[in-house]
Design a protein around this ligand. Structure first.
Ligand code: HEC
Length: 441
């Protein structure tokens, strides 16, 4: 165990070790393509649930209520239709207000299909992000002091420092990390760190996060505090498994809910990466089409002349999106997963359902996350507002897989019954499918 001055030296060393990567990524930022035409990330006017809330606040049709303790949190969640049951608690000092975050005072994250809110005890601001259909992740802060005119202030560089780097695939995005964490909340990076999505093995997940729920024998890194020096793996985390009550670990009454729900965490991990891939598909298609139009003009080609290189660029990010939406490479589950909050019920209730009462939101939780493995984000504005060229391609590829034409190994996890069910659910519930889907019936 490191103590006293030795320990501070260690911590300082660790911060110095992180700094170069932060500095170099922020410098890279200025060269990011999304800051230029046609995306114009920083200067374009966002249109998303948070910008719309600000419009309602300005017009006096919505009001935010301030309360001692949570500040504006409860009111913001209600306005953005984010369920309190989605609460996930993270105690690693891996984000903006790191001085507020410790294992006794974790940061709480709440989310809906498109919007995320971060809350720290005694935090100066609420941190918000949203999957904006045109701009990818867009960030806001809301001051946590009572005022007559609460303002959701758009933030760019302050957040892109971490949310616009290699960690988020080079686009403004969302992410979830798993790190071994010491008793103060510092990540012990020497022991390894993981960026988490639905393909991450359960054994790598939830370092630095509280996790409430049961999951049989599948061990994870949640609810664990390490001594601060490098420990040898495998670290014993028997006490962190199948935890359903956090009251001995923190003052749960200081939060809107006593849970850090296991199923909410798994959905969050699926969703954050799905949003990144949607953004990448959108940006790449728009950038490719923009460069093509410019090139055609310069070369005196006819407007709309299609270059192979444009198709290749659009195709590669669309294929990655299709694979992710169909849960290729999903980490398998080996026993039943159960959460502790009402998250799963709240989530499933959102539907939509087909005439056989099936929904893409229905959970499996025994072998995999969802019963019908096709992401519910197909119903999102981010999907609907993909550029036509990209969306047509995604629909074409989904159709090839779901109709059984594509029998490649990549999609072998989908049985004929899975493909049929997903196909039928989409035909019944998804407006705007191309005609060739309908002719199937
Ligand atoms: C020092 C790096 C860093 C900075 C700067 C940062 N974040 Fe984050 N943020 C993270 C990490 C890491 C996570 C994942 C959860 C965690 O470990 O706390 C995260 C998660 C979030 C989430 C939850 C959704 C998601 O993407 O997982 C929101 C909302 C969020 N941040 C908002 C903001 C806003 C708003 C700003 C700027 C005002 C900001 N962040 C700046 C590192 C950062």
């Amino acid at each position: 165990m490191l103590t006293g001055p030795l320990r501070s030296t260690f911590v300082l060393g660790m911060i110095l070790a992180i700094l170069p990567s932060v500095i170099s990524s922020s410098m890279e930022l200025h060269a990011q393509d999304f800051e230029r035409e046609p995306i114009n990330y920083a200067t374009a006017k966002p249109d998303n649930p948070i910008s719309r809330l600000q419009t309602r606040l300005d017009g006096g049709t919505s009001r935010l209520k301030f309360e001692e303790g949570p500040g504006y949190l409860k009111s913001v969640l209600a306005e953005l239709k984010i369920p309190i049951s989605s609460q996930a608690l993270v105690y690693s000092k891996t984000s903006l207000q790191r001085h507020r975050i410790t294992p006794r005072t974790p940061r709480a994250i709440y989310f809906s299909d498109d919007t995320y809110v971060g809350f720290c005890q005694n935090g100066d601001v609420l941190e918000l992000s949203v999957a904006d259909p045109q701009l990818g992740a867009v960030f806001y802060t809301l001051g946590q002091d009572a005022t007559l005119k609460p303002h959701l202030a758009r933030q760019v560089d302050n957040c892109l420092l971490c949310h616009g780097t290699g960690q988020t695939r080079g686009i403004p995005g969302h992410f979830i990390r798993s790190v071994y964490t010491d008793s103060v909340g510092f990540p012990v990076l020497a022991m390894g760190t993981h960026r988490i999505d639905h393909s991450s093995p359960i054994s790598d997940r939830w370092g630095g996060w509280y996790v409430t729920g049961t999951h049989g024998e599948q061990a994870h890194r949640g609810n664990l505090i390490v001594s601060g020096k490098q420990e040898r793996e495998p670290v014993d985390n028997a006490a962190g498994q199948n935890v359903t009550d956090l009251t001995s670990r923190l003052k749960t009454s200081a939060y809107l809910s006593p849970h850090s729900d296991l199923i909410a965490l798994m959905v969050l991990e699926h969703q954050t990466e799905a949003h990144n891939l949607l953004t990448r598909a959108s940006f790449q298609a728009r950038e490719a089409l923009y460069s093509e139009a410019k090139l055609n003009k310069e070369l005196g080609e006819q407007e709309g002349h299609r270059w192979d290189s444009t198709n290749t660029r659009i195709k590669s990010s669309c294929e990655a999106l299709v694979k992710y939406m169909l849960f290729c490479d999903e980490a398998p589950l080996t026993s039943l997963i159960q959460g502790t909050s009402t998250f799963a019920t709240d989530f499933v209730e959102l539907g939509p359902r087909d005439p056989c009462n099936r929904s893409l939101r229905d959970f499996d939780l025994q072998r995999r996350l969802f019963k019908y493995p096709c992401s519910y984000l197909i119903y999102s504005r981010s999907f609907d507002e993909l550029p036509t060229e990209a969306k047509s391609l995604v629909y074409r590829r989904l159709w090839e897989v779901l109709s059984g034409t594509d029998q490649t190994k990549t999609f072998a996890h989908l049985t004929e019954a899975d493909r049929q069910a997903i196909r039928e659910i989409l035909i019944a519930t998804k407006p705007g499918l191309p005609d060739y889907w309908q002719n199937d019936q």
